[in-house]
Ligand binder design. Structure first.
Ligand SMILES: Cc1cc2nc3c(=O)[nH]c(=O)nc-3n(C[C@H](O)[C@H](O)[C@H](O)COP(=O)(O)O)c2cc1C
Length: 640
C-alpha cells in the first residue's frame, strides 16, 4: 500500500508504513471491507447492504470483547467522559472502533417509530410542486411567508424529514428521506408542538412526525395556559419543533461509534428543517437554553408507561419556527421558560411506542455513558458577536441571484453518491460558491447559519482533486475569520498558506500544499474510493477542546450538529451544481490529524465529506415516496 502514496506528501508515508508495521490484521480488514464494497450483482443481500451504505466494519473490528467496560473509572467530569469516549471510538488503521463486526439481520431495527393508539393526522400531498428557485431560499426576505396551515406544515415536513423515494432491488425495498443518515438507519425522530390549527386539532398539542405516512401523531394535548406561556415572547403563528435520537438504530450496526453518527444526523436534520422553513418564507432558531429534562417533559420521552420495552429516545433540541421576517423575533434570545416546559407533562398523553427490534444482540453501555455526560442542564442562552465576519458581497464576490433548479427539485432530489467517476471537475467559481455557503455573514442572516447562536467551531481541511483553475492539493478553509492565525499555529509548520488569487476576499481559503492527494484522501476515509474520486473531499476539523471548555461537555453534540449542517449545505449545493456528494462518517481519525499536522488533541476531525461526479447504480429501481405520487402501487414493505 505504501507505493500508492504520492511522493509529494512524504510525511504521509508514515501513515501507510504504520499500517504494515501495525500488523497484517489491519490490512486484511481493509481488504475485506473493499471486497464488500465491490460485491458482485448476483449477491442480493450484499447489493442491498451496499445500496443502503450498510457495510459493517470487517470482523476483527475494535474490541467487542469489552463492550461493557466503562469509559473511565472513578469520579470523572463530564468533559473527561466525553474525551474518553471520543478517543475510544476513533477508527485506527490497525483497529476499528468496537462494533459487532457483522450484520445481525434478525435484530435489524425498524426505521419507523409509531405511537400506537395516537391519532394520526395525514398531511395532504397535493400542493408540494412549488417552482421557487433554489437560490432564493438563501436571499433574506425574498420568499413571502406562507400562512401557517395544514398545507404549509405539510410542505415543511416534506422538505425537512419526509421520505423522498423508495428503492427496490430484487424484491427488497427501502426508503430514502430528505434528511440523510449514516447507513440509512435514521436514528432521528421529529416532533412538533403546534397551536390549534384547522384540519389538525382544535387545541394546542404535541405531535410526533411519522415519515412513512407523512403525518403527525398526536401525543399530547397542551393546556392553553401552558401553550400561551411557552410562546408568549414569539410572533403569532410560531410553533416549536423538536428532535430526539434512538441510538440503538445506529449502534445495531456501528457499535460504540454510533453516538457520533446520531449527532451528525441531528445536524443534517437541523439544516433540512431550517432550509425547509426558508422555502416557506419562515425562519428557524435553535434554543440554546432549555435543559434535556425540560425537553423530555415537553416531548413525553420519559413516560415509562408509553415506552414499555420499546427503545428509548434521548432529547436533542427544540427550535422555534416562525413566520417573522428577516430581522427575526427578539424573544428567541430569552429562550423557553423551563418551568413551563415541565408543565407539558400534565397532558393528557396518547399512544404507545413500538419496539424497533425483537431483541438486542449486544448493547453498548459506553453510549449510555456519553449520553449522560452530554446531558444538557438549563443555561443562559448563547449570544455571540459576528461583527468581524464578512458580508455576503465579500464572501461571494457577486451574490448568487440565479440558478438552474427549483428548491423542491434540489431538496427532494438530494441523494448520496454511491461512487464517484474520478473524472468530473468543477470550476473554481462553483467551488468558491459552495464554500461561501458554509460561512455565516456579519449580519447573521445567512441561511442556515442564522439558526444557531454560536460562532463556527468547525473548519475544513480540504483534499482538492479536480477544481479547474486551482492546483490540486491540500487546502484549509477557516469558517471564522478570527481563527485563521490559530489554525496556522495548529497545522503543519511548513504549509504555504497562500490565498488562491481569484478567491473572494471574504472567503478564508488557503492552499497549504500542492500535490495529488487522491490516494491519501481515500486511505484516510477508511479506504473509501469516493473520497479520492470526487472533485474534492474534506475533513471537518473541530476546535474541540476549547469548545468543551467554553460551553461544557454537552456541546460535544453541537460540534457534530454543526458538522452535519455543513454537510447538508454541501449536499444541496452539489445537487444545484449538477453533481453529487456523500457524507463520510468512516475515517481514520488520527491519520487525518497527521495529514494536516495536528499533534495535540485540542483539534479533532469530526466528519468527512466528498463532492464530485456520481456514478449511478442502474441496478436499482426508484419508486415514488407516497401514495398519490405512486399511482395505484401498494405501499412498499420495509425490509427487516
Ligand atoms: C453522518 C453520515 C455518515 C455517512 N458515512 C458514509 C460513509 O462513510 N460512506 C458512505 O458511502 N456513505 C456514507 N453516508 C451516506 C449514507 O449512507 C446515506 O446518506 C444513506 O444511505 C441515505 O442515502 P441518501 O443520502 O441518498 O438519502 C453517510 C451519511 C451520513 C449522514
Amino acid at each position: 500500500m505504501a507505493t500508492t502514496v504520492p511522493p509529494r506528501f512524504p510525511w504521509t508515508q508514515r501513515l501507510t508504513a504504520g499500517w504494515e508495521s501495525d500488523g497484517v490484521c489491519s490490512l486484511r480488514a481493509l481488504r475485506r471491507w473493499k471486497r464488500y464494497l465491490s460485491a458482485t450483482p448476483d449477491d442480493a443481500e450484499t447489493i442491498v447492504s451496499h445500496s443502503l451504505r450498510l457495510p459493517v466494519m470487517p470482523a476483527l473490528s475494535g474490541s467487542p470483547e469489552s463492550p461493557g467496560k466503562k469509559l473511565l473509572e472513578g469520579d470523572d467530569t463530564p468533559e473527561e467522559v466525553v474525551v474518553a469516549y471520543h478517543e475510544r471510538t476513533k477508527h485506527h488503521y490497525h483497529r476499528y472502533a468496537a462494533s459487532l463486526g457483522q450484520m445481525d439481520w434478525a435484530t435489524q431495527p425498524d426505521p419507523f417509530r409509531r405511537y400506537e393508539g395516537a391519532q394520526l393526522i395525514r398531511f395532504p400531498l397535493s400542493d408540494t410542486r412549488r417552482t421557487l428557485p433554489y437560490w432564493k431560499i438563501y436571499v433574506p426576505g425574498s420568499v413571502a411567508p406562507m400562512p401557517l396551515s395544514i398545507d404549509s406544515l405539510s410542505i415543511f415536513f416534506r422538505y425537512a424529514l419526509s421520505l423522498t423515494a423508495w428503492k427496490r432491488f430484487q424484491g427488497t425495498t427501502w426508503s430514502l428521506r430528505a434528511n440523510p443518515s449514516s447507513g440509512n438507519l435514521h436514528p432521528t425522530e421529529g416532533y412538533a408542538v403546534l397551536p390549534a390549527l384547522d384540519g389538525v386539532h382544535d387545541r394546542p398539542a404535541s405531535y410526533h412526525y411519522a415519515p412513512k405516512e407523512h403525518g403527525l401523531e398526536r401525543r399530547a394535548d397542551l393546556d392553553l395556559t401552558v401553550w400561551s406561556a411557552l410562546m408568549a415572547a414569539f410572533p403569532k403563528s410560531s410553533f416549536l419543533v423538536g428532535l430526539s435520537s434512538i441510538p440503538w438504530r445506529e449502534a445495531w450496526k456501528y457499535g460504540e461509534r454510533a453516538f457520533r453518527y446520531c449527532q451528525h444526523d441531528v445536524g443534517h436534520a437541523v439544516a433540512t428543517m431550517r432550509i425547509s422553513a426558508a422555502a416557506l418564507g419562515w425562519r428557524l432558531f435553535l434554543f440554546s437554553g432549555p435543559s434535556d429534562a425540560g425537553m423530555t417533559k415537553l416531548l413525553g420521552l420519559d413516560r415509562d408507561a408509553d415506552y414499555g420495552h420499546a427503545e428509548r429516545e434521548h432529547p436533542d433540541l427544540i427550535a422555534l419556527v416562525t413566520p417573522a421576517g428577516p430581522d427575526g423575533p427578539h424573544g428567541v434570545s430569552r429562550g423557553l421558560p423551563e418551568e413551563t416546559l415541565r408543565q407539558a407533562e400534565a397532558g393528557p398523553w396518547y399512544g404507545k411506542a413500538n419496539a424497533l427490534s425483537p431483541a438486542h444482540g449486544v448493547d453498548w453501555p459506553v453510549i449510555e455513558e456519553v449520553v449522560r455526560a452530554t446531558c444538557r442542564q438549563s443555561k443562559t442562552p448563547t449570544s455571540e458577536d459576528f461583527s468581524r465576519f464578512a458580508s455576503e458581497e465579500e464572501l461571494f464576490g457577486a451574490p448568487v441571484r440565479s440558478g438552474s433548479l427549483s428548491a423542491e427539485k434540489v431538496i427532494l432530489g438530494r441523494r448520496s453518491a454511491v461512487s464517484m467517476d474520478g473524472t468530473t471537475s468543477i470550476s473554481a467559481e462553483a467551488f468558491f460558491r459552495m464554500l461561501a455557503r458554509l460561512v455565516p455573514t456579519s449580519d447573521r442572516r445567512s441561511m442556515p447559519w442564522d439558526a444557531i447562536p454560536w460562532k463556527p467551531r468547525i473548519h475544513l481541511g480540504l483534499f482538492v482533486h479536480r477544481v479547474r483553475g486551482l492546483p490540486p492539493g491540500l487546502y484549509a478553509l477557516a469558517r471564522d475569520p478570527d481563527k485563521v492565525e490559530t489554525l496556522r499555529a495548529v497545522l503543519r509548520g511548513d504549509f504555504l498558506w497562500q490565498r488562491p488569487p481569484t478567491c473572494p476576499s471574504g472567503l478564508h481559503l488557503y492552499l497549504l500544499k500542492e500535490g495529488d492527494c487522491h490516494a491519501l484522501a481515500a486511505s484516510v476515509s477508511c479506504g473509501q474510493d469516493i473520497a479520492g474520486d470526487g472533485a474534492f473531499s474534506l475533513g471537518m476539523i473541530a476546535d474541540y477542546m476549547d469548545s468543551l471548555i467554553t460551553y461544557g461537555a454537552a456541546f460535544y453534540r453541537n460540534l457534530f450538529w454543526e458538522a452535519g449542517m455543513v454537510g447538508q449545505v454541501l449536499y444541496l449545493e452539489a445537487e444545484e451544481a449538477g453533481i453529487r456528494s456523500t457524507g463520510i462518517g468512516c475515517y481514520f481519525d488520527d491519520p487525518v490529524h497527521e495529514v494536516f499536522g495536528i499533534v495535540s488533541r485540542d483539534w479533532q476531525s469530526f466528519y468527512h465529506f466528498t463532492v464530485g461526479g456520481p456514478v449511478e447504480d442502474v441496478r436499482l429501481t426508484t419508486l415514488p415516496a407516497y401514495g398519490p405520487e405512486r399511482g395505484n402501487l401498494p405501499d412498499p414493505t420495509v425490509p427487516r
